[in-house]
Design a protein around this ligand. Sequence first.
Ligand SMILES: Nc1ncnc2c1ncn2[C@@H]1O[C@H](COP(=O)(O)OP(=O)(O)OP(=O)(O)O)[C@@H](O)[C@H]1O
Ligand SMILES: [Mg+2]
Length: 532
Amino acid sequence: MMGGVLLDHFRSSAWFYLTPVLAACAPIGVLRTYFNQHLRRPVRRLLPFLDPFVTIDIAAKPEDYSYSYQGKVKSSDAYAEVLAYLSAVCSREARELRAEGAVEGHGFVLSLREGQEVADEFKGVTMWWSAVAEEKATWRASGRCCRLTFHERHRRLVVDEYLPYVRRAGQEVTFGNRPRRLYSNKKELNYHSRRDEVWSYIDFDHPTTFDTLAMDPAKKQMIMDDLEDFANSKDYYRQIGKAWKRGYLLHGPPGTGKSTMIAAMANHLNYDIYDIELTTLETNSDLRKLFIETTGKSIIVIEDIDCSLDLTGSRATKLPPPPAHDDAADGNDKSRKRRNILTLSGLLNFIDGLWSAHSGERIIVFTTNHLDKLDPALIRRGRMDMHIEMSYCGFEAFRTLAGNYLGVDAHPLFGAVGELLRAVEMTPADVAECLMPSKRSARDADACLARLIDQLKEKAAEKDKESKAAEEGDERDAAKEDDKTETEKVASMSKKEKSEEKKQSCRVMTNGARSGASAVMSVSSSTDHYLS
Ligand SMILES: Nc1ncnc2c1ncn2[C@@H]1O[C@H](COP(=O)(O)OP(=O)(O)OP(=O)(O)O)[C@@H](O)[C@H]1O
Ligand SMILES: [Mg+2]
């Protein structure tokens, strides 16, 4: 009775139907265990013989779906670099392409449409790239990926050489496709700030080139050669064990073209510029943070370094005087900051400390109007490899400016200008100002050159006046000096006479008071006092 009730209950429950299914599945589990334990390894060994090709997927979105601050999924760097690399290969070979706006700049990136394949040659080995839809696509990510297929025997070549090469080449394509940038540092930094939070940038579109830069042609050529040599010397720097960076110190009076030279350098090498405003930084770690967030192929500039910081003198941390009432609550924080303030040694580390050996080439440029104010440690060779003096306008520099502003290479007034430039000092900025035609449409060379000659003559007259005044001043000083020497002569004569008198009086006294030495001393000292 009891058994019948239980049987009815079992029949009406789910177990009645599940039990046969479970019984049927049991051998599958047993089989799987058996396969894992005994067959998996030999089968894996056999696989390369059956299918010798290996595939690597480079996904559009990284696994961790990192978000940018606007809430968008950040595209994987590697994927963007591979796409940029493949863009050139695709444009040659593929028949069904997709064109997308480049992540940076205004160009297009050509990529494969899904299911398409292109072949790429590397060191005589053929690699196949195809576009596939990723299996793990989610609502967040489009799930596209580039699949690389190659023969098993080229595994090491692909991993060690080909993939790094593809990334590097992709970075170069991306860099080359976008306009150059002028970065400037933001004021508020914290240790965890990302790159876009420490630097802001605008497109750098400065028209200056070495052709339009006015300076001595031989010096200009030397600088251009040096820059090119540096940019092509990656292996050399590795071989000699030096970080791939070079320092240039530009010094000279205001308006001689130091900033213009930096623009010409950036345009010549096609590098970005990072302009660091030191006065906005508080600590050495701020500087380090900025530096770490710079990229290769860049010029890091600190303008007017003598004014930016008190960097002269000792390398020791210079602590500002403590505030009068530093309340306990924020006292710790303040004192921590004060102990870690931006120092000369911090700056030296920035130039050639260990962490300056960042990937990629970097040029560091300092400018100053006062070379003599800088600490020798800061500008010694090796740190600032090349010292470039930007000087007043010479004739060759003037000819460049005349070409730029007036479009003339020769003119009857050039001779007069040349002579005057030899006699007076005028900065290229001032010369350029004179050569700027009042009406841009009509470049009136005669009028501009005549204006320049007038200015130069004015300067020459001023210089004459100054030198005459200086000569007169010198003569007056010399006359004063003569008067002074006369008076001094008289004074010294009377001093001599008086000391003679004193000696005689002493002799008299000594003779008179042979018995007491102290008496002699007192007399002589009172005589001295009198004389003085
Ligand atoms: N060597 C030069 N070649 C061409 N243009 C020049 C040159 N020097 C100066 N100029 C002109 O003068 C302007 C000012 O020059 P620039 O700002 O480069 O001078 P600077 O040496 O950096 O001055 P400062 O020391 O005041 O910063 C430039 O915009 C440019 O038009
Ligand atoms: Mg300047």
